[in-house]
Write a protein that binds this ligand. Structure first.
Ligand code: C2E
Ligand code: CA
Ligand code: CA
Length: 643
C-alpha cells in the first residue's frame, strides 16, 4: 500500500452495503439462528470500508501523522477485518445441519481466532514491522500483506470445512461455496499484486450479500406487491417480543382454490393485486403479505384503540365490492378472519393454529363471510391448543403407563344377580391438576391420530387392574371403549391381544365397546379384527345403540355379546308410545338372537323400574353408580371370600 490509490470500487461496495443494511432493517428478513451473523457481517463490512478510507487519508498525509491515532485505526481495522473473516467462516460452517449442533464449539473457535489475530498483530506491531513512514507517504505493505494473508487463510479454511461436511450441506449451496472460495482467494492474490487499486471489500461484502439474497431476503411479489410469509412471521415475532398491540387479518379466496371459474392465473393475480392496493391505501401502517397464492395476511399496529374495527370493516367493504380487470368483473368469494394481539397467541405455531381455528368457524357458510375473534375464542383456543400439545406428547412418548391418562370406571348393575359384576372403563386426561373429560379430548385425539395410543394405554391400565382384582374379587369383565377409526387397521387385533397377554390375564375378562359407526368403516377389516379378538376370547359390546343409522342386518351378523341402548332412546321411549313400541320390539328381536341387553343413563328409580320392566339384563347409570377412579371398583365388586 503505497502512494495514491484507486478506491472507486470501495465506494461502490460501501453504497451497496448501506443499501443492503437498509433492506435488512426495513423488510423484516427471514430470521434464522444465523441471520445475526449475516447482519453483523454487513454492518462490519461498512465499518471496515469506512476505516480503510480513514487509513488511506492518514497514510497519504504524512505531514499530519499522529502515531497513536494511526496505530489505533490500523488495529481497529485489523480486528474488524478478522471478525468479518470469522463471521464468514462461521456462517459457512453453520450451513451444515450437523455443525449446527456445535454452536458453542464454533464460538470458542472464533474467540481463539480473535485472540490469535490480536497476538500476531501485536507482535508485528511491537517489532515495528507494520508500516514505514517516509516523507511523502506511509507505506503499509506488511500490514496489508498480513491481513490479505488472513483473508486467504479463511478462504481455504471455509473450502476445507465445506468439503469435510459435504454430506450435510445442500448440493447447490455446497457448489456455490466451492466456486466462491477459489474466486475469493484469487481476488486476494490479485489485490496483493495490485495494491494501488483497492477492491478488497468485494472479498468480504459479496459473501454476506449472497447469504442475504439466498437465505434471508424477503422479496416483494412483483405481481401482487405483497411480501412473503417469512416476512410476516418476522414482523409478528418482533411485535410479540416488543409487546406491541396489533391487528391481523387473514383473507382466503376459496373460489380460487377450487377453481370453479376458469379465469386465467394472470387475471386472478391482477385482481388480487387490485384489491391489495386498495387495502394498502386505507392507512399508512397496513402491511400485506401473500402467505400462499390464495391466502393473504394483513398486519397493522394498533396505535389508536378502536381503529382496528374500522380497518376490518373497510377491508371487508373492499373485498365485497366487485372489481373489474380487463373485460372481467369479479366478485371473488372470500373468507376473512380478524383478531388482535393476545398474550395467549405468542408464537408462530399458535398463530397458525389460531388462524385455522377461526377459519373453521366459517366452514358452514358457503358464501363470502368474515369473523372477528371474540374474547372467549382466545381462551377456548388456548385450551384446545394445550390439549393438542398434551395429545402430541402422549403420542410421542408412547408410554403404556402414561400418567396423564386416568382410568375411571362405572360399575354396571346386573339385574338378575342383583350385584355389580362388570364395569365400563372411562378415560380422563389430567394436566396441571386439571381433569379433562372425553367429550373434549376424544374428537381431538381422533383428529390428531392419537386415539389408538390412548386406547392402548387405557387397555393396559385396565388389564393391570383386572390382574389385581381377579385374585380378590368375583367379577365378569371390564369393558373398554374403542374408537371405530381404529378397527380399520388390520393389525389392531394383534396389538390389543399383545397388551392383554403381556399382563397375564384371561381375555374373557376384557370386553370391547364399539359403536354402530364401525359398521360403516372398512367393514371387512372391522369384521376381521372382531373375529380374531373373539377367537382369542375377547367379547364385544355394541355401544350407543339407537343414536346412529342402525343397520340391523349388519348388527346381527356381527358377533356382539351385548347391546347397549343409548340413554336418548330410553328417555324418548318413556315419553313417546311409538318409540316405546319400537324399543320393545327391538328388545324382543335381540333377545331372540341370544344377545344380552344393557341400558345406559339410568338416573332415577323411575327409569330403573322401567328398564327392568322392559327386560334389560344390565343397567348403567348415576342411579347405581357414577364413574369413579378404577381403584374404587373394590367398593362394588363382591370379594371372593364372601361368595
Ligand atoms: P359412552 O361410552 O356412552 O360412556 C357413557 C357416558 O355416559 C360416560 O360419559 C358416563 O359418565 C356417562 N353416564 C353414565 N351414567 C350416566 C347417567 O346416568 N346419565 C348421564 N347423563 N350420563 C351418564 P363420559 O365418561 O364423559 O364419556 C363420554 C364418552 O366418551 C363415552 O360415551 C365414550 O364414547 C367416550 N369415551 C370415554 N372413555 C373412552 C375411552 O377410553 N376410549 C374411547 N375411545 N372413548 C371413550
Ligand atoms: Ca361406552
Ligand atoms: Ca354409550
Amino acid at each position: 500500500m503505497t502512494g495514491s490509490y484507486n478506491i472507486i470500487s470501495e465506494y461502490i461496495i460501501l453504497t451497496l452495503a448501506i443499501l443492503i443494511l437498509y433492506l435488512m432493517i426495513s423488510t423484516f428478513p427471514r430470521k434464522t439462528s444465523i441471520y445475526i451473523v449475516d447482519f453483523l457481517g454487513i454492518l462490519f463490512s461498512i465499518l471496515a470500508i469506512v476505516l480503510s478510507r480513514v487509513i488511506i487519508t492518514l497514510a497519504t498525509h504524512p505531514e499530519n501523522f499522529k502515531p497513536w491515532l494511526f496505530n489505533l485505526v490500523c488495529m481497529a481495522y485489523f480486528m474488524i477485518y478478522s471478525t468479518i473473516l470469522e463471521l464468514i467462516y462461521g456462517y459457512i460452517d453453520q450451513l451444515s445441519f450437523k455443525q449446527r449442533q456445535y454452536k458453542k464449539k464454533l464460538v470458542v473457535h472464533m474467540f481463539c481466532f480473535t485472540v490469535f489475530s490480536f497476538l500476531v498483530y501485536s507482535c508485528l506491531f511491537l517489532f515495528g514491522k507494520m508500516y514505514v513512514v517516509s516523507e511523502d507517504s506511509i507505506q503499509l505493505t506488511h500490514w496489508f500483506q498480513l491481513y490479505l494473508f488472513f483473508g486467504m487463510f479463511t478462504s481455504v479454511a471455509a473450502f476445507i470445512d465445506t468439503w469435510k461436511h459435504r454430506d450435510s450441506i445442500a448440493k447447490k449451496v455446497r457448489w456455490f461455496i466451492y466456486a466462491f472460495c477459489p474466486f475469493d482467494f484469487a481476488l486476494l492474490i490479485f489485490q496483493l499484486i495490485r495494491q494501488d487499486i483497492l477492491f478488497v471489500s468485494i472479498t468480504y461484502f459479496v459473501p454476506f450479500f449472497l447469504f442475504y439474497i439466498l437465505f434471508h431476503s424477503n422479496c416483494y411479489d412483483e405481481v401482487n406487491g405483497c411480501q412473503n410469509s417469512y416476512s410476516f412471521s418476522t414482523r409478528f415475532v418482533e411485535n410479540i417480543r416488543m409487546h406491541r398491540d396489533f391487528l391481523i387479518i387473514y383473507v382466503e379466496f376459496p373460489r380460487y382454490v377450487h377453481l370453479e371459474h376458469t379465469y386465467s392465473k394472470e387475471i386472478i393475480n391482477n385482481a388480487t393485486a387490485a384489491i391489495s392496493r386498495q387495502i394498502e391505501a386505507l392507512y399508512g401502517g397496513i402491511y400485506l403479505y401473500a402467505i400462499s397464492d390464495f391466502q393473504y395476511a394483513l398486519f397493522s399496529n394498533i396505535k389508536h384503540p378502536g381503529r382496528e374495527l374500522v380497518i376490518i370493516h373497510q377491508v371487508n367493504e373492499i373485498l365485497a365490492t366487485p372489481i373489474t380487470y380487463g373485460k372481467e368483473t369479479f366478485s371473488p368469494l372470500y373468507k376473512m378472519v380478524a383478531f388482535t394481539s393476545s398474550a395467549l397467541i405468542n408464537n408462530l405455531t399458535k398463530l397458525s393454529s389460531f388462524q385455522k381455528y377461526l377459519m373453521h368457524k366459517l366452514d358452514a357458510i358457503s358464501g363470502s363471510a368474515y369473523y372477528i375473534a371474540r374474547p372467549q375464542d382466545y381462551t377456548n383456543f388456548a385450551e384446545q391448543y394445550e390439549l393438542e400439545q398434551l395429545l402430541a406428547q402422549i403420542k410421542a412418548n408412547d408410554d403404556l403407563d402414561d400418567k396423564h391418562v386416568l382410568c375411571f370406571a362405572q360399575p354396571i348393575y346386573n339385574v338378575d344377580k342383583k350385584s355389580f359384576r362388570t364395569a365400563e372403563a372411562l378415560m380422563r386426561l389430567q394436566v396441571n391438576n386439571k381433569i379433562i373429560y372425553p367429550d373434549k379430548f376424544i374428537p381431538a385425539a381422533e383428529r390428531s391420530n392419537c386415539i389408538h395410543t390412548l386406547t392402548r394405554i387405557i387397555l393396559n391400565k385396565v388389564c393391570k387392574k383386572v390382574h389385581e382384582l381377579s385374585a380378590l374379587y368375583d367379577f365378569d369383565a371390564i369393558t373398554v371403549n374403542c374408537s371405530t377409526i381404529e378397527f380399520s387397521d388390520p393389525n389392531l387385533h394383534q396389538e390389543l391381544l399383545s397388551i392383554i397377554h403381556k399382563n397375564g390375564i384371561d381375555c374373557s375378562k376384557i370386553c370391547l365397546e364399539l359403536t354402530e359407526s364401525a359398521m360403516f368403516e372398512d367393514y371387512d377389516t372391522v369384521l376381521l379384527n372382531i373375529q380374531k379378538l373373539r377367537e382369542a376370547g375377547v367379547q364385544f359390546y355394541l355401544d350407543d345403540f339407537g343414536t346412529g343409522y342402525s343397520n340391523l342386518e349388519r348388527i346381527l351378523t356381527c358377533p356382539f355379546k351385548t347391546i347397549k341402548f343409548d340413554k336418548s332412546l330410553l328417555y324418548k321411549s318413556m315419553d313417546d308410545k311409538v318409540i316405546r313400541d319400537l324399543m320393545v320390539s327391538m328388545v324382543d328381536v335381540f333377545k331372540r338372537q341370544g344377545l344380552l341387553l344393557l341400558v345406559e343413563g339410568v338416573e332415577d328409580e323411575n327409569q330403573s323400574k322401567y328398564s327392568i320392566d322392559k327386560g334389560f339384563d344390565y343397567i348403567q347409570g348415576y342411579n347405581y353408580a357414577k364413574p369413579l377412579p378404577i381403584e374404587k371398583l373394590t367398593d362394588f365388586f363382591t370379594p371372593k371370600q364372601k361368595k
